[in-house]
Design a binder for this molecule. Structure first.
Ligand SMILES: Nc1ncnc2c1ncn2[C@@H]1O[C@H](COP(=O)(O)OP(=O)(O)OP(=O)(O)O)[C@@H](O)[C@H]1O
Ligand SMILES: [Mg+2]
Length: 369
């Protein structure tokens, strides 16, 4: 996907696509929440043209608001896929993910110009070429900045103009391109402009997971582990222990709960090397330490005490950009520069990561690494 993306667009995906299935299923919320969200999306995407005739026309705008780590972004991506599945027989759905930071407010007029270009050129061009378009704007508080709170900004006039441009663009699209749906997320709704919020057809407030939801997130996470390491199957089925563990995670957000499972895998070196050895104690320990680490214990073994038998030919002496004739490790010419992968079990896991990776456009990937 080495294709130049329009300015401000982080990635684009034609949906439905198999590898986008997981997002919707990963987020555990009551059935009514998902149904309301999907109904809202389909109402606009399928019937937007007729609804645009109403005096109170929809703006094709959904705002997902709530604390960090409660599943807003994942749900927004999942929504695009599920809506695309529903609409597949009528045509494909283009999902555009917008980079909210591509609209800097520190250059006079720049921000406004970028927003205007996005909403009056880029999005309409996509809408002309695709039957359905879903535009995902994360951190929408930096895109539609609350004007009443912008008085202390470096350049409040510019912020005002940029937000005005967002409102104008959204209004135009609502009138002329009714099968475009904006799905936006924020964990700081106080920072989002009031007039923008008032245009939303649905503002959905995400809550921290309750006890039962925590149990289900843990069960889901352990179930996913058991797919990779089948020995963990019985663990994923143990409702009583899962419930006991969930009790220790009350008040946590979904992201932290999912990370607890990773933290449990990293309590002991043994388990980190072979996750099939995960035990309940690791999970309870990780929960007790709140996913962190206790600054306690005896002497730590040295690197060679830990790993005494790595063959000499796997050592990359001098493969580090130093002058080979100097320094304490000068043992002769450089020999190997290859990358090793010995853990065969890691391969399917890596394969499963591919969709997430594929979501990052090539240019962004290059910037990351
Ligand atoms: N209700 C939930 N059920 C299952 N998993 C959840 C839930 N909430 C969050 N998660 C998990 O937490 C992680 C973070 O989710 P996501 O990035 O969608 O959160 P967010 O609300 O967009 O957070 P932020 O406001 O920080 O951007 C994901 O791995 C997601 O699967
Ligand atoms: Mg998010």
């Amino acid at each position: 996907m080495d294709r130049a993306l329009p300015p401000g667009v982080l990635s684009m995906h034609v949906l439905p696509a198999d590898h986008h299935d997981r997002d919707w299923d990963a987020i555990i919320v009551p059935r009514e929440v998902k149904e309301r969200l999907l109904s809202q999306a389909l109402l606009v995407l399928e019937h937007g043209r007729k609804l645009a005739m109403l005096s109170g026309l929809p703006h094709g705008l959904i705002v997902l608001a709530g604390p960090p780590g409660t599943g807003k972004t994942t749900m927004a991506r999942g929504l695009a896929q599920v809506a695309a599945l529903a609409l597949a027989r009528k045509g494909a759905t283009m999902l555009l993910e917008i980079n909210p930071h591509a609209f800097p407010s520190d250059m006079l007029g720049e921000s406004q110009r970028n927003v205007t270009r996005l909403l009056t050129e880029t999005v309409p061009e996509f809408a002309a070429r695709h039957p359905f378009v879903v535009v995902l704007i994360d951190e929408v508080e930096s895109f539609a900045v609350r004007r009443s709170a912008a008085s202390f900004e470096a350049n409040p006039v510019d912020v005002h103009r940029a937000t005005d441009a967002v409102l104008l663009g959204i209004d135009e699209i609502a009138k002329n391109l009714p099968s475009v749906l904006f799905v936006t997320t924020t964990n700081f709704i106080e920072g989002v402009d009031e007039a923008f919020l008032s245009r939303a057809d649905l503002v959905m407030r995400f809550a921290l997971p309750d006890r039962e939801t925590i149990e289900r997130i843990l069960g889901h996470g352990l179930g996913e582990l058991a797919i990779q390491w089948p020995a963990l199957g019985p663990m994923a089925q143990d409702a009583a222990r899962i419930s006991e563990l969930a009790a220790r995670c009350e008040g946590w957000d979904g992201r932290r709960i999912r990370k607890l499972i990773l933290a449990a895998l990293a309590q002991r070196l043994d388990v980190a090397r072979d996750p099939a050895k995960l035990a309940w104690d690791d999970l309870f320990e990780a929960a007790r330490k709140q996913g962190g680490v206790e600054w306690a214990g005896g002497r730590a073994p040295t690197s060679r005490e830990l790993f005494p038998d790595v063959p000499k030919e796997l050592m990359h002496d001098h493969d580090h950009g130093h002058d080979p004739h100097h320094g304490p490790h000068a043992h002769g010419p450089h020999r190997h520069t290859h990358t090793h992968q010995h853990d065969d079990e890691a391969s399917p896991g890596r394969g499963r990561l591919a969709p997430t990776f594929a979501r990052i456009p090539f240019q962004a990937r290059r910037n990351r690494w």
